[in-house]
Design a protein around this ligand. Sequence first.
Ligand SMILES: C[S@@+](CC[C@H](N)C(=O)[O-])C[C@H]1O[C@@H](n2cnc3c(N)ncnc32)[C@H](O)[C@@H]1O
Length: 316
Amino acid sequence: MTINTLHKTPLETKNYHKPVMLKECLEGLNLKANGIYVDATFGGGGHSKAILENLDSTGKLFGFDQDADAKDNINQITSHSFTFIEANFRHMQKFLRLYGVDKVDGILADLGVSSHQFDTAERGFSTRFDANLDMRMNQSESITASKILNEYTEGELHKIFGMYGEIRNAKTLAAQVVQDRVRSRINTVEEFKNTLRKLAPRGAENKYFAQAFQALRIEVNQELEALQEFLEHTSEVIKPGGRLVVMSYHSLEDRLVKNFIQKGKFTGDEEKDFYGNLLKPFEAINKKPIEPSEEEQKLNPRSRSAKLRVAERLRK
Ligand SMILES: C[S@@+](CC[C@H](N)C(=O)[O-])C[C@H]1O[C@@H](n2cnc3c(N)ncnc32)[C@H](O)[C@@H]1O
């Protein structure tokens, strides 16, 4: 089945997204009024607006987002220091060069989906509404979640559910999807949930749904590949002494960020120079990730899983 008569949720920018750990992110960036900064995940613009309040007319902020809906929020920004770039942050360095920028003082990335994406039924990110299984952050891309479910091989589905959803019975789930899709394509949230219900542990159905949806979302948006490319570019783009501030919402992202900051490698391996010094571009400012206060978690339950890591670019 394909759902065509979807109710379009109005874009209410004030409810677009509540910025998480705003104060901690700003402190992490160690803002200078005349500095050049990047907000790699503009979303509702909450972090960007706060950064701009700390810049003078010589400072600059470049905001990236790959979702065309995010662009509608730039009309709330009046500062001439701001430039919006509708692009995937994996291409950050190339776009900055187009704007004549070689080095910046700090980069913020608040990873994952916005509340707007999650709460807009027809985007297909949420298990709460029935809709087509889309899940694309950039709606001009061609791979949707339903395409993956209906066209990937059983082996590929097994890998995605296991690696990105950390689902224990990933192999059985992949086989079930392949069996069910023969009868009719799995195009909607409800249709996929019907397949998931057959294998979900009793009493933990919602967690199982969430894991499977996370797996598809990561694959649709190539989230881990984009994050790795982006992180590699940050070491070339951030000035010595400049800051990298990354907030992640699941362990797969946080592991990459942690390994990159602490070891300079995504796998956690180490590379040392002739003298035994670790070869890495950043030094962690906090050994442990910063988490939202209890008060923030109460006010904004979606902040609960956030982990913030702050690092400083080492001088070569
Ligand atoms: C958690 S929200 C950011 C919210 C924002 N900090 C705010 O205060 O409103 C994440 C945003 O990043 C965007 N995004 C995620 N991955 C991206 C990528 N690889 N390139 C560009 N934008 C991305 C999403 O479209 C979404 O709007």
